[in-house]
Design a binder for this molecule. Sequence first.
Ligand code: TPP
Ligand code: MG
Length: 326
Amino acid sequence: MLDQAKRKAMLRQMILIRAFEEKLEELYQRKAMFGSTHSYRGQEAIAVGVCSALQATDLIASYHRGTGHLIAKGADLYTLLCECMGRADGYSKGRGGKMHMGDLAFGFLGNTGTVGGTVPTATGAALAAKVRGSKEVVVSFFGDGAANQGVVHEAMNMAGVWKLPVIYVCENNQYAMTVSLEKSTAVKQLSVRGQAYGFEGKTIDGNDVEAVCEATQAAAAKGRGSGGATFLECVTYRWDGHFGGDPGTGYRSKEEVEAWKQKCPIKKLKEKLIQEGHLTEQEFAKMSADVYAELDEVAKRAEAAPLPKKEVDLSGVYAVTEVADG
Ligand SMILES: Cc1ncc(C[n+]2csc(CCOP(=O)(O)OP(=O)(O)O)c2C)c(N)n1
Ligand SMILES: [Mg+2]
């Protein structure tokens, strides 16, 4: 059982991630974003549950729907928002946008728009951790669509053979763009993908932040041990369209979306805490109001931040190295 302070911190962080996505949507609508948005609303329990089970030195790798992972792992909100808005103070100096960031200072290996692209990166980092004899664990976040990419299978096979300390967190939000899981995948549970490569695969409720945290704690303890990899299929739903310009209709019914909204991860934990007497409606309202107000302040600062200068376009792209002759 998680302690009450931790449960409340998880609730606050889920609200923060939701508020952040809503802020991005607002910025996108008034063309203040650099590139597109890929909302994480509805999936917050996965980023928060997983990252709250990790240590600061553990690493994560993410994908296009990645702002929740960044926030949960400890990104600075101002630097993150600046990057989303193409500002010079962003994690990639405003040159990458929300899909292309990385900062090892808080264990963030990076994200990319190439579906499945960071799964081998995470697996390689797990191999490095094993070779160095460190006790780091690496989490690889990806979607149900990515689970069908070739590189994902190649990486998982290596992790199985070499017993690497990696946790594959597959966020099964039921769709890859407009394609439902049942149209793209013959198996009912993606967790069998773990068993196929010789390690444990589990399907869990991805909207239950405590269940996600506990499953990750167990997988991390095993990885540190190094009993090898784990595949966690977290079943969830994306509330919004695939990206900012997609109304999310046409390929799914209103009833389906509504039914999943009833299983809101924030509502789930909030109601549990209230029922158990650890939280009141007033405390929850204050927590939410504080988070939204904090984010408004950060957004004001980010909007006033400078754009990148042309002269620094290539900085950080090339490294000067000594190359031996011959
Ligand atoms: C290699 C590659 N193929 C196709 C695309 C186009 N694309 C972008 S997102 C996406 C769907 C990914 O679905 P999933 O992995 O389930 O993640 P979700 O968007 O649902 O979070 C596709 C096909 C891409 N960006 N990269
Ligand atoms: Mg998906």
